[in-house]
Design a protein around this ligand. Structure first.
Ligand SMILES: Nc1nc2c(ncn2[C@@H]2O[C@H](COP(=O)(O)OP(=O)(O)OP(=O)(O)O)[C@@H](O)[C@H]2O)c(=O)[nH]1
Ligand SMILES: [Mg+2]
Length: 361
């Protein structure tokens, strides 16, 4: 799961990258068109993993993970004449975006456009993505129309259905709305995967506010989109103190700014949930581990997430739900109470399932 931190130049992308990843990447300097230099993997905090870890006392405890990448090099006009192929490839390959919008004012680092206007800037980068997608959709529509006229499609009904979908997408983009606004169902989203449509991807919008600034609200309201405020610079400094293990300065700093907890875990969790992800767990003496799986995934998908061999030789999935395990107080009582179920390949995994794959190769 890889999320790209995007935003206009100087919006605070690298600052927020550091805040989320407890990193030390240099801020206030552009990376000169190199857009995929900063990548970091973070743990998704999950109380359930901590509880399981106390219960099984394993050698190793592993949380679910998200990769964040700092995507430099996007500016207004980026889509004019088409985005550079390399940048577009990079963006298309991401699972979602964290869109950082500048809301802070700073004499030291004036806004390149002269004044700060977060709503304008949010729309500006959205427009670039919308124009990019519009190009993709129009090219596909031309092909479909031409092909249908010439009778080039074996399955005419299928081509017709695709054309209707693309016409609907075209209307949405022409109304300057992202494709997320259509709330397409999973099958449709799957069929669109190869097109690299940017406005279809789930997005967290972060208004990057100044240390003493009030939170911004907005009417920006689309499916698969969340909006949040973050004091980027302050959160970066707190995250860095925390990473350096400087508890004393951290406590002082937090007190001074009336911060009760670091925001990074909240934002990481937010992006995890937004992507429609869920966790299942494996437990044992060696390791307690959270694994990431999409909604609707089956037991055999879960097996494949752990190892392809487990999927190939799949026999059954011994499954107990986290809530049952904790309520009953352990594996043995859960088994005695009949809560340890034997599930087959097609079982739909639930968030919080604890799974032991039985397999034979
Ligand atoms: N006062 C204040 N300054 C900030 C905040 N966030 C970022 N800055 C400053 O704004 C400047 C740009 O921040 P960066 O994080 O480098 O922004 P960026 O989006 O990565 O910039 P580019 O990579 O050049 O596009 C730096 O000087 C930061 O210190 C904030 O929340 N408050
Ligand atoms: Mg940067």
């Amino acid at each position: 799961m890889k999320l790209g931190i995007i935003g206009l130049p100087g919006a605070g992308k690298t600052t927020i990258f550091n805040a989320l990843t407890k990193g030390n990447a240099p801020v206030g300097q552009s990376m000169g068109g190199r857009f995929d230099v900063l990548t970091a993997v973070v743990d998704v905090q999950d109380d359930r993993v901590d509880v399981l870890s106390r219960m099984f006392n394993p050698k190793k405890t592993t949380y679910a993970r998200i990769t964040y990448t700092d995507v430099a090099g996007l500016k207004k006009g980026a889509s004019e004449g088409g985005m550079p192929g390399e940048l577009l490839n990079h963006l298309s390959g991401l699972d979602g975006f964290v869109h950082v919008v500048r809301a802070f004012d700073s004499d030291l680092y004036p806004h390149p456009d002269g004044d700060v206007d977060a709503i304008r800037d949010l729309a500006a980068l959205d427009t670039e993505f919308i124009l990019n997608d519009l190009g993709v959709v129009e090219r596909r529509l031309e092909k479909l129309e031409g092909g249908l006229q010439r009778g080039a499609f074996k399955n005419k009904a299928e081509a017709q259905a695709e054309m209707e979908l693309f016409q609907q997408m075209h209307e949405t983009l022409m109304a300057e709305r992202p494709l997320r606004a259509l709330a397409l169902h999973d099958e449709q989203i799957k069929s669109l995967r190869g097109f690299g449509l940017l406005t279809l991807k789930p997005t967290v919008v972060i208004f990057n506010i100044g240390d003493d600034q009030d939170e911004l609200s907005s009417t920006y309201d689309y499916p698969q989109t969340v909006i949040t405020n973050l004091r980027g610079k302050l959160e970066m400094e707190l995250a860095q103190l925390s990473a350096a293990g400087d508890q004393e300065s951290l406590a002082m700093f937090m007190e001074e700014y009336s911060v009760t907890e670091l925001s990074l875990d909240k934002i990481i969790r937010l992006s995890y949930d937004l992507m429609g992800l869920q966790s299942f767990f494996t437990v044992g003496e060696d390791e307690v581990r959270a694994w990431t799986i999409g909604r609707g995934a089956t037991a055999v998908d879960a097996a494949a997430t752990i190892h392809t061999d487990l999927a190939k030789g799949f026999i059954r999935a011994e499954t107990v739900h986290y809530d049952d395990l904790v309520a009953l107080g352990g594996m043995a009582p859960a088994r005695a109470a009949g809560r340890l179920r034997q599930e087959g390949k097609t079982y739909i995994v639930r968030d919080g399932d604890i799974i032991n794959i039985k397999f034979n190769l």
